[in-house]
Design a protein around this ligand. Sequence first.
Ligand code: DX5
Ligand code: ZN
Length: 218
Amino acid sequence: MIKLAPSILSADFARLLEDVKKVEEAGCEYLHIDVMDGHFVPNITLGPSLVKSLRKDVNMVFDAHLMIENPDQYIKDFVDAGCDLIVVHQEACIHLHRTIQNIKSHGIKAGVALNPATPIETIKHVLSDVDMVLIMTVNPGFGGQSFIEGMIPKIKELKGIIDDQNLNVDIQVDGGIKPENVNKVVEAGANVIVAGSAIFNSNNISETVQLFRKNANI
Ligand code: DX5
Ligand code: ZN
């Protein structure tokens, strides 16, 4: 089952709810919430209070992508704000297994993200503990960057390990995904597709979402 996860990073923050309602009405399953702290990545975005405000009016799965140092310090705040899934970066966690257990102890789903330069090998021993792995297909920090082609074999490698071990782990891809290349990542094994600029910068959000689904054979 393939799911679309529009990233609010490219939405109009002054009209955020209006923009989010458009992707919800277009049938997108996840809302991808990019949290950046200006330390782990060179950009600053939003915190739990904004998530809490959106939660009142939106029924999508709230998928928080934490691009922050010391994520443990903020996990409870994002859970209380209404997140259904929290993804932390392997590179930001000294005790990754502990952080994953921390997320799951709140009764929500946990995921781990890998920067383009970080090998699958680094999460091999926590694969059976997570609900989702996020393969970054750009270097995190900004929307609108170009898809890194070299991530296709990485997605395939992860898909192979998940299938070999018969695990129930989603593969999310994030960065530079457009209707023109979505089929490539889906064929490689991804099943949760993040798209920011391609959706929110388009003239007709609902048509773009339909094009994503058509091209991905969803
Ligand atoms: C990048 C973020 C992405 C970003 C994707 O650091 O994690 O979620 O919003 O934007 P596009 O789809 O424009 O590459
Ligand atoms: Zn993201």
